[in-house]
Design a protein around this ligand. Structure first.
Ligand code: ZN
Length: 454
């Protein structure tokens, strides 16, 4: 893979690497889109035969359509011209989080199919059967959960731009899990301001008869009726921080949408970067650029269930923490093991220590077998175990699935201050965060957990 492409990918996806919390920071500022002289509305490329006829025809069509809808009084029309194409990426699989709530994490692909500028004012998720509102994100909250492919920030899709909304519905303990999710989406449309900048807008001219703000419903997605897979933790002992974990924050894992053979996938949707802290709350003691300074380095990594090794690699060297590195799709996971858990589920254990991978493809392993040791190989900026479950054997070309651990003890929550992680200072931990024993749950983002010794 060439370097330019690698750099481009690096701005958009985690490629498994980052042990520190970089919530929302992957939104890389990029230059504004190239100026265009295409008239408003049409998504077709600029034409040489003059903009007038095409734009006028489309405007007339819209005027006719919306003369009817404007007369339909308060309740939104069943069928509306939305400017946005909205498509769910997956059918979400419910999982119990350490907070006792049921979490449904999923994404909507948003494509502004027109030359209009479209601002997202709100997205609501409904139970399609009862109509109950399960979650609501007004524009400000939505902006934090959006990744616009242009690199723009905010919640406005410029002309012909696209992006992703990384959503999570959390249901309180005991609540029924809906069969189907529906979406109610409010947008406001603007026309491009003169000058050709796809981002500069002005209010829609009323002469077009197109309502600026609309609310529409649809974009149904079924909820997966399967439960999250129940597995043992891949590590043992105290003080493991679940960095870049699920579900309500746009972490480097959650936002790692990558297309393979034309299909968008998020293998790392539920990935966790496990970093171990010592009794003082530090993740390393000694020189920061030596992997052996890190508390979790060389910790045994365990098979989370009985299974067959689908893939195992060894021989990649340790990356020096903090040093620049070159990573490809193929080398991102470093030394790693993919374990086939059955029923279309595969577990990835990434960045393992060189020379320590104890299994090879085709081996049958038992729950609790040591399969390798924690290291910092591949796209890793310090020793940690990147762990996730997915629906296929490829570490990145698969769709991430949730999982729950048989048992762990809640030991607080990291406050998210990255500088402590980098400086080797004790991390600030809020001990009141879901303390005590947990059974059949997924540790949530930045949670600190103690895993059973056996
Ligand atoms: Zn990771």
């Amino acid at each position: 893979m060439n370097l330019v492409l690698q750099k481009e990918i690096a701005t958009k996806s985690s490629l498994l690497h980052t042990r520190i919390v970089i919530a929302r920071s992957n939104v890389t500022k990029q230059p504004k889109g190239r100026a265009t002289s295409t008239p408003w509305f049409a998504s077709a490329p600029p034409r040489n035969d003059g903009p007038g006829n095409r734009a006028r025809l489309l405007a007339l069509a819209a005027a006719a359509l919306f003369a009817a809808s404007a007369a339909a009084a308060a309740s939104p029309p069943d069928i509306q011209f939305t400017t946005l194409f909205v498509q769910p990426l997956i059918s979400p699989t419910p999982v119990a989080g350490a907070d006792g709530w049921t979490h449904l994490a999923y994404e909507l692909n948003l494509v502004n199919e027109t030359r209009l500028i479209t601002r997202l004012d709100a997205i609501e998720t409904l139970d399609a059967d009862s109509g109950a509102v399960l979650a609501r994100w007004p524009g400000d909250a939505l902006a934090a959960l959006l990744r616009l492919n242009s690199g723009d920030s905010g919640a406005t899709l410029a002309a012909a731009h696209s992006g992703w909304a990384f959503l999570e519905v959390a249901l309180p303990p005991g609540a029924a899990i809906p069969k189907t999710l529906r979406h109610r989406i409010t947008t406001t449309r603007f026309q491009p301001a003169p000058g050709g900048d796809a981002h500069k807008s002005e209010p829609l001219d009323p002469k077009y008869g197109l309502p600026a703000t609309i609310t529409f419903e649809g974009v149904d997605t079924a909820v997966d009726s399967r439960a999250a897979v129940l597995i043992d933790p891949p590590l043992r002992g105290p003080g493991w921080v679940a960095f870049n974990g699920c579900c309500d924050t746009l972490t480097s894992h959650r936002g790692a949408v990558m297309a393979f053979n034309g299909r968008s996938l998020i293998a790392e949707r539920f990935a966790i970067d496990f970093v171990q802290l010592d009794a003082e709350g530090r993740d390393f003691v000694g020189p920061a650029d030596n992997v052996e300074s890190y508390v979790g380095f060389d910790a045994p990594v365990y098979a989370v269930a009985d299974g067959t090794v689908a893939e195992a690699t060894d021989g990649a060297p340790e990356a020096i923490p903090g040093a620049p590195r070159t990573t490809t799709i193929e080398s991102a996971a470093g030394n790693h093991v993919v374990l086939d858990l059955g029923e279309g589920r595969f577990a990835l254990f990434a960045h393992l220590k060189p020379g320590g991978v104890a299994v090879k493809a085709g081996d049958r392993v038992k729950r609790g077998d040591v399969i390798g040791h924690l290291g910092s190989t591949g796209n890793s900026d310090g020793p940690h175990l990147h762990f996730h479950v997915m629906d296929g054997p490829s570490p990145l070309a698969a769709s991430g699935l949730p999982y729950a651990f048989t048992s762990f003890i809640g030991a607080g929550r990291f406050d998210g201050d990255d500088s402590a992680v980098v400086d080797g200072k004790p991390l600030k931990i809020d001990a009141g965060w879901f303390p005590g024993p947990h059974v059949g749950q997924l540790p949530l983002n930045n949670e600190v957990v103690d895993f059973p010794e056996k």
